[in-house]
Each structure stands twice: as structure tokens, then as C-alpha cells.
Ligand binder design. Sequence first.
Ligand SMILES: Cc1cc2nc3c(=O)[nH]c(=O)nc-3n(C[C@H](O)[C@H](O)[C@H](O)COP(=O)(O)O)c2cc1C
Length: 194
Amino acid sequence: MAEDLQSGTAMPLLAIVYFSISGTTEKLAHAVARGADGIADVASCRITGNDIMSGRFQNERFLETIDHADAVAFGSPTYMGGPAAQFKAFADASSDRWSQQRWANKIAAGFTTGACASGDQLHTLSYFTILAAQHGMLWCGLDIPGGEDPGGRNRLGSQLGLATHLVGGSLPQSDVGTAEYLGQRLARMASRNS
Ligand SMILES: Cc1cc2nc3c(=O)[nH]c(=O)nc-3n(C[C@H](O)[C@H](O)[C@H](O)COP(=O)(O)O)c2cc1C
């Protein structure tokens, strides 16, 4: 929890840890941050190739940011039916935290994108939930029934987390709205939990 100097109230910290090459996952990460705005402080952690040396994730600052966070959003494009190797390198580097369950009871959520509507994004989200479970975290899914939202959010009907895909080469606005909603929901849960 960080003290909000203006209001004097403490805001939870939301860490958004993601990998993105061509920018779609990054757009989702920014939307998650917008959704949390005013409810949580946000720390954005974009994994890059430079964080990985000799095959190992070595950015201790990101891991320390999560140490202090109340909630974490995991984001990765779906690559070959799972999270990108760069995200997995980050996850593998969290094993020291795992052995002490240092991230236990933080709220976690996930988001992913793919080129296809059913491009095995579910497997990426499932991986995020397993990672969260290994750390003793509490999972935050989407409470939007697919195909039932008047604004078209949760277009692909994924309630485990946010799954998107590119339509005509770009990200539908409804997916951006879903990401904002997920950020808001995660931040609210974090403020209730912290
Ligand atoms: C190596 C590789 C593997 C991919 N595998 C999948 C896949 O399994 N399913 C899918 O729907 N899209 C797949 N894609 C497409 C990406 O998920 C898609 O281009 C995504 O928007 C990339 O995210 P980014 O813009 O955040 O980098 C793959 C792309 C690459 C480069």
C-alpha cells in the first residue's frame, strides 16, 4: 500500500507484468492501467529481451516491484499455444519467491492476445492461473458473461481472463474496454484485500 499524499488514504499497488513485441499486449496493459486509475497505483513492467541474459530473466527490479504489490496482472501474447518464452523466463525467475510463498494472497489476473479468434489463448490464461496458484495468489477472473454485455465486452466469452484477437489487423475497441474493466475489477479487489 502506498500513501496517497493528496487524499491521505492508502492506495493498493497494481503491478502489470507483460511482454509485447508488436504492441497489442502493450495496448491491453495500458488499458488495464487506465481501468485501475484512481483505485490503485500502477507499476508497469514491460519485459524486454534485454532482461534476459544467457537465457535467464535477470531484472530483479520487476520481481521486487511485485514483492511490494497488492495485485498483479500477467500479460503475454499467445505464442505457439502458450505464453511467450520471454514471459516464461520471468515466471521461472520467480521461483525464489515461490519457495518462500512471498507473493501469497496477492490478487492476480491475466490477459493475452493472438492472431486467431480461437488461437489457444485459453492455454496462456490457464498457465497464468497455474503460476498464480503456485505462488499462493488469489485469481481474479472476468464477471462478464460472454456475448451478453451491451457494450460488447468479453467478446470471446473468456471468463478466466481477458482473451483477445486481432480483427482486420487491429484490436477491437470492445477488447480495450474489457481490459479497462479487468484493471478496475483487479484494483477494487486489491483495495478490498489489502
Ligand atoms: C512465434 C509466434 C507464435 C504465435 N503463436 C500464436 C498462437 O499460437 N495463436 C495465436 O492466435 N496467435 C499466435 N501468434 C500471433 C500473436 O499472438 C499476435 O501477433 C499478437 O498480437 C502479438 O502480440 P504483441 O503485439 O503484443 O507482440 C504468434 C505469433 C508469433 C510471432
